[in-house]
Structure formats: structure tokens, C-alpha cells
Write a protein that binds this ligand. Structure first.
Ligand SMILES: *Cc1c(COP(=O)(O)O)cnc(C)c1O
Length: 408
């Protein structure tokens, strides 16, 4: 008799994006002529860099010829790609070598799967608000109780990120074991400073905790003083795992390619250096047969010098969108955060207006869809996320409508 994993019953219904879709659909059917502009979803819109297209075409041609055909590769990824990723880190002044790099099908799967190499009784700390995957993967793994009436899962440690602390938390007061940090942050658009990351690395070293660092938006950092990787911080190789991706930098959201860094020196309470690295190798070798070789060729091409020039242009395009959105909201007198060194603009809703109320107002007045902050965690209430991923003309049109029609 099969029985189900009871932890899944504790998951709150996937509320955020389905609810956005429901309200948008309802509005559209009541107003069939409304041209709704979507600044809500964190999906890329511009076409792939030409080098990526050429790299993938060439790889496909090789597969079509018996003399150059290849089948399964190493589950850790092709050597030139792992080398190019470690070179990228070295270029940032981050201490990463090729053997640390595990190529994957994306940072979402890595950030969800990584918890599986840690015991179920580990105490997990998350930034609040946060990318929902960190919380949900730990709920599914049985590390939490039910969601309480404050919207928090019992057993998780929430680290509030609000305007008061500049959207970056102090290190936890209690002992926690696994700490998720995302910088540049989705949804708040905040980037952790070097000193802030040093604080968490020091905490992790002291408590034999592990930091799970998501740097999916590292390429959007323009300020040279801000760290792009946690491995720019001395000691991080002993206490941090990092995930990153080609999704936002190179438009690979549908193509699928990312990586995790699990350093040889990484330690835990009961794991000497090398143990966690071996466990992740074993885990990936069992659950994963490697990212597509065609896609890896495309990703590799984006890390060439011409490739980086093209991805930088793509990033600059989205960052110009972020500037346009920011300027509009600032002009209206709203309190605006993020949108600098990050593709998300995080705006405080007007006094007394909740996240979902603001969503409805923006949709009704301007026919623009954004994302209610409350959907990312209880501390997101009273905030609203606008994404800079979009065609320029849609961003211009949306901001013009917000200027002209939003009743504050
Ligand atoms: C988009 C995003 C990712 C990337 O996920 P992929 O699976 O690589 O597409 C990872 N983390 C955060 C916070 C994101 O917003």
C-alpha cells in the first residue's frame, strides 16, 4: 500500500502566481479591450545573444555527424564550461576552481535540491521576503511544521528584510544550521555589502553552519565595491555553497543551464572537508545525468570575450528598464528601493494600502500587472515588486500609464 509524503500536505497552496493570473484573467474578461502590460513575472523577454545561438547550432551539427557525435557526459558538466565558470569567478576576485563547479539545469533545481545532503533536523533560516523555492523545498523535506496565522512555517527562522534594516538581516541571534541568502535579492533588489556577507561567513564559521548563497543576479551588479560572489569573502570556502545561472544573464530561462559551487573545503558539524563535496557529487550522479550538451555549448559561448560583451549588453538593456521604472515611481513620490545593481524595483505601497490592494489598483487604473510583496513572505506585506524584464516599449508605455492614471 503506497502512502504519500505527509510533508507535502503542509505546503500552502501555490498562491502567488496563480492568484495573479486569476485576477488578471478576470479583469481582462471584464475589459476585453484593455491592453494589459505584465511587469510581474521574473522571466526574460529579449532574444538570446548571437554567440549562444551559434554555439548551440554548432553543437547540434556535431551530434548529427557520427564522427563528432557524443552521448552522456560527466554529470558535473563539460570541462571547458567548468573551467570558464571558474575563470569568471577568478575575474571577480572570488576563490573558486574548476573542481568546485557542478553544472546543472538551473539554479532553481540546485537551490531546491541542495538541502537533501543535510539532516532533516537542521534549523533553516531564510530572508523574509524570499524566492519561494528555499522555503517550499524545506517544507517538502519535512523540516517545518504547519504555517501559522502570521504566515510563517513553524520551525523555520525568518530573517525580516524591511526598509528599517535596509532589506538585509542581522545574523540570527539563535543557532541556525542552514542559511539562505540571495544577493542581488529577488524580490527586494537589494545587494549585500562585503561587510554584511563577512558577518554571515563569520557566523557560519563560528556555528559550523552552512550559507546557501544564490547569486543568480550577480551580473546585474554595476557597483565595483559590491561582492558578486560569497567566495570573495575569506573563509567562505569552508562554509558556503553558491548557486548561479545563465537564465537572467543570457536569457536561458527556457534553455536551462546553471551551476552550483560546492568547495572541497566545505565543512559541517559532522563533516570533515571533502565530505559534503563528495555527497553532492554522489547526489548528482544518482539523480542527474548532466545538462544537455547542446545547451552547455551555448552557455560556454556566452563566457567567451565576445559572449560576455553580448550578455553585458543584454544586462544593460534590462538595467535601463529598471532605471525607467525607478524614475517614474520616485517622481510620483513613492518610496522606491532596488532597481540599481538588480533588475527588480521594490516599492513601498502608499500608507494604509496592502500589497494586494495595490495590485488591484495598478491593474484597474493602469492595466499594469506587478507582484504583491506579501506573496514572497510576511515581511513583504506593504511592498510591491516591479520587474525590469520586458520590452522597452512596454516598460515605457507602462510607466507612462502609471504617471498619468495611478491615483495615489
Ligand atoms: C530566476 C532565479 C533563479 C534562476 O533559476 P533557473 O532555474 O536557473 O532559471 C534562481 N534564483 C532566483 C532568486 C531567481 O530569481
Amino acid at each position: 500500500m503506497a502512502t504519500i509524503n505527509p510533508a507535502y500536505a503542509r505546503l500552502s497552496a501555490g498562491y502567488l502566481f496563480p492568484e495573479i493570473a486569476r485576477r488578471t484573467r478576470e479583469f481582462q474578461s471584464a475589459h476585453p479591450d484593455a491592453n494589459i502590460l505584465r511587469l510581474g513575472i521574473g522571466d526574460t523577454t529579449e532574444s538570446l545573444p548571437p554567440v549562444a545561438v551559434a554555439g548551440m547550432k554548432e553543437a547540434v551539427e556535431k551530434l548529427g555527424d557520427v564522427n563528432t557525435y557524443s552521448g552522456y557526459g560527466d554529470s558535473e558538466g563539460i570541462t571547458p564550461l567548468r573551467q570558464a565558470i571558474s575563470d569568471l569567478y577568478q575575474g571577480w576576485g572570488a576563490d573558486v576552481n574548476m573542481a568546485d563547479v557542478f553544472v546543472s539545469d538551473g539554479a532553481k533545481s540546485d537551490s531546491a535540491n541542495i538541502q537533501s545532503i543535510f539532516d532533516t533536523d537542521n534549523v533553516v533560516a531564510v530572508q523574509d521576503p524570499a524566492y519561494p523555492v528555499y522555503v517550499d523545498s524545506n517544507v517538502m523535506a519535512g523540516r517545518t511544521g504547519r504555517k501559522n496565522d502570521r504566515g510563517q512555517y513553524e520551525g523555520l527562522v525568518y530573517m525580516p528584510c524591511t526598509a528599517e534594516n535596509g532589506f538585509f538581516p542581522e545574523v540570527p541571534k539563535q543557532k541556525v544550521d542552514l542559511i539562505y541568502i540571495c544577493s542581488p535579492n529577488n524580490p527586494t533588489g537589494t545587494v549585500a555589502s562585503r561587510a554584511q556577507l563577512e558577518g554571515f561567513v563569520q557566523y557560519a564559521l563560528e556555528h559550523k553552519a552552512v550559507v546557501l548563497f544564490d547569486s543568480a543576479y550577480a551580473a546585474f551588479i554595476e557597483d565595483q565595491n559590491l561582492p558578486k560572489s560569497i567566495y570573495e569573502i575569506p573563509g567562505a570556502r569552508k562554509c558556503a555553497i553558491e548557486v548561479n545561472s545563465f537564465s537572467k544573464t543570457a536569457g536561458f530561462t527556457g534553455v536551462r543551464l546553471g551551476w552550483a559551487i560546492v568547495p572541497e573545503e566545505l565543512e559541517a558539524e559532522d563533516a570533515a572537508p571533502g565530505v559534503l563535496h563528495k555527497m553532492w557529487t554522489r547526489r548528482q550522479n544518482t539523480y542527474f545525468n548532466g545538462a544537455s550538451n547542446v545547451v552547455q555549448a551555448g552557455g560556454l559561448a556566452t563566457l567567451s570575450s565576445e559572449g560576455q560583451k553580448q550578455t553585458n549588453e543584454l544586462v544593460a538593456y534590462y538595467m535601463e528598464n529598471a532605471r525607467i521604472i525607478r524614475d517614474c515611481l520616485v517622481e510620483l513620490g513613492l518610496k522606491v528601493f532596488g532597481g540599481v545593481n538588480a533588475p527588480y524595483v521594490w516599492v513601498k505601497t502608499p500608507e494604509g494600502v496592502g500589497s494586494w490592494e495595490f495590485f488591484d489598483q495598478l491593474l484597474t487604473d493602469c492595466h499594469v500587472v506587478g507582484t504583491p510583496g506579501a506573496g514572497f513572505g510576511p515581511s513583504g506585506e506593504g511592498y510591491f515588486r516591479l520587474s525590469a524584464f520586458g520590452h522597452r516599449e512596454n516598460i515605457q508605455e507602462a510607466t507612462q500609464r502609471i504617471r498619468d492614471r495611478l491615483k495615489l
